[in-house]
Design a protein around this ligand. Structure first.
Ligand code: SF4
Length: 307
């Protein structure tokens, strides 16, 4: 059937992307690599809005975000053969149309990520990357090889001890993170505008009292889709004393550390969205209660989609 190819088991594999070639059999071109592995989800409907995907978590991250939902895989070693991860992806094939690489920071393991993305493409899957933007050269390689269909770039809005930590990757500072993330944004924006990157969004995770930072950051960001993501929880309990030692002051006040404030509501996020909205810039408000509400960046500023 046009637009379809067969899997080795004989079942049809949908032809999801213009960027990939349907194949009658799986070509094993992957060079086996040792991957610092963080985990695998066989079926996720959250990691790529509107799609069912499987998600590969790669261990290790240069940052230490206060709201990290995967803090247990920020550091450590758990080497797994790339072939084992590819087998897990194959086990998901009947259920998913794509694979998302998350972490940790997946681009920290550039060669492994490229090899896994190639393997996913060869199996007829779309590829999504969730990244903090710290390794722009890896994003560039993925785009140039047409190995990625979606990049969600989690752009840090407030420096709360993302790194300068004794363990793990010690290179990240405010200045170099900002420089690297800006390069990543520029690379992705250009590829997105030229049609080489089908989907691109910048995610800003918001908590109370960082509206000021968001407004100034949004001024510097290009007119690309922006997601205002409702930050749910922070963990400062163990970090506070360390931040005082490293910075001479804690990241937060005591009441903030104790987490007495609820997450920002949809209305609060929508209000911030209104302030950073521009012609040509799509704003998505993402909350636990309402899912995603998308405001197109046209003159109407109306809701274009809710899912
Ligand atoms: S960049 Fe992502 S994985 Fe790394 S610490 Fe921040 S939230 Fe966690």
């Amino acid at each position: 059937m046009p637009g379809q190819a067969s899997s080795p088991a004989g079942s049809p594999v949908p032809f999801h992307s213009l960027n990939k070639t349907p194949c009658a059999f799986i070509i094993e071109t992957v060079i086996r690599l040792n991957v610092n592995y963080g985990g695998f989800v066989y079926l996720s409907t959250k990691d790529w809005p509107g799609r069912s995907v499987c998600t590969v978590f790669l261990r290790g991250c240069p940052l230490r975000c206060s709201y990290c939902h995967n803090a247990t895989i920020q550091t450590g070693e758990s080497g797994v053969d790339s072939g084992e991860i590819i087998r897990k992806i194959e086990d998901s094939l009947a259920l998913v149309s794509g694979v998302v690489f998350s972490g940790g920071e997946p681009t920290l393991q550039g060669d492994a990520l490229l090899a896994l993305a190639r393997a996913a493409k060869e199996r007829g899957l779309l590829v999504g990357i969730q990244t903090n933007g710290y390794f722009p050269d890896v994003l560039s390689r993925l785009i140039d090889e047409r190995l990625v269909d979606r990049i969600a770039l989690d752009y840090k809005t407030r420096w709360e001890g993302y790194s300068r930590r004794v363990e793990g990757y010690a290179g990240a500072t405010v200045e170099d993170y900002s420089r690297q993330a800006e390069r990543s944004v520029a690379i992705c924006e250009q590829a997105w505008r030229e049609g080489r990157l089908p989907e691109f969004e910048i995610v800003l995770t918001l908590f109370w009292e960082n509206e000021k930072e968001v407004l100034s950051i949004a001024d510097t960001l290009p007119r690309v889709p922006i997601v205002l993501n409702q930050g749910i929880r922070k963990r400062f309990w163990k970090e506070w004393e360390l931040s005082r030692q490293e910075n001479g002051k804690p990241y937060r006040s005591e009441s903030e550390v104790k987490g007495e404030r609820p997450p920002l509501s949809f209305d609060e996020l929508a209000k911030i969205g209104g302030r950073i909205s521009k012609i040509g810039r799509t704003i998505t408000i993402r909350t636990a209660d309402t899912g995603e509400v998308i405001y197109e960046g046209d003159r109407s500023r109306g809701i274009a989609c809710q899912r």
